[in-house]
Write a protein that binds this ligand. Sequence first.
Ligand SMILES: Nc1ncnc2c1ncn2[C@@H]1O[C@H](COP(=O)(O)OP(=O)(O)OP(=O)(O)O)[C@@H](O)[C@H]1O
Ligand SMILES: [Mg+2]
Length: 254
Amino acid sequence: MSLSLTGIHKSFPGENGAPPLKVLAGLDCAVEAGRLVSVVGPSGCGKTTLLRIIAGLEPADRGRVLWQGAALAGPSRRVGMVFQQYALLPWRSTLGNIELGLEMAGLERDQRRAAAREYVEAFGLAGFEHSFPHQLSGGMQQRVAIARTLILKPELVLMDEPFGSLDSQTRDAMQEFLLSLWQQRQDTIVFVTHNVDEAVFLSDEILVLSRRPARVLARLEVPQARPRDRTSPASNDLRRQILSLLKQEQVGLV
Ligand SMILES: Nc1ncnc2c1ncn2[C@@H]1O[C@H](COP(=O)(O)OP(=O)(O)OP(=O)(O)O)[C@@H](O)[C@H]1O
Ligand SMILES: [Mg+2]
């Protein structure tokens, strides 16, 4: 097991004297290295909080996060995150955004430009290297955001609904693109999504979270070989199973 979370607790202080909001209450889970694992769960259950804890951007109140046997307790070059909003710097070009992390790591300008240009090519952004984010389509902005994370060569990539705001055709294309990247790079991906179809299409394994405070309701293997048929009976069965688990969780919310 390469990523292991044990007994993770996290609460946020209540507003105006309200009791603390318990977001995670003893969550345990494990992800084997090299796998693409999706996390689905009701809105507001704590998915982003979970990723932020793994990325070291938010401390857990209790519990342990281990990556390859060593504690992750703060931001690390070994872990990269693609955020729910693209979080691109609007005043920087495509190249400027992609090389941001390399700049922060102190790499010389020529070296980081050369590396960023490789990513521009590989990510289908050629011709747009000097464009600013507002001049790019949603799919392109998201490719810049992914390139900016992957150029740092993290071993563990955390993705928080990266395709959530894309139209369905662009989303499908980005899913294929992500799979081809992952198959070449063989890194480990934890992919949060609202979209059950996306989880079934992409993942080796799907973790279904409960409503808040989140715990792992089910861990489902996706045995289908790739490339997958989105409409195969096996995909439909799995989708039905996950939707039924999520529906039970929604009942308690209304
Ligand atoms: N910094 C914070 N301070 C206070 N409350 C927070 C903070 N971050 C998150 N929360 C609360 O914690 C709960 C879980 O939030 P989180 O963003 O992790 O959920 P999520 O599962 O990612 O939701 P969504 O599916 O809508 O993205 C929410 O009720 C949210 O309001
Ligand atoms: Mg979220």
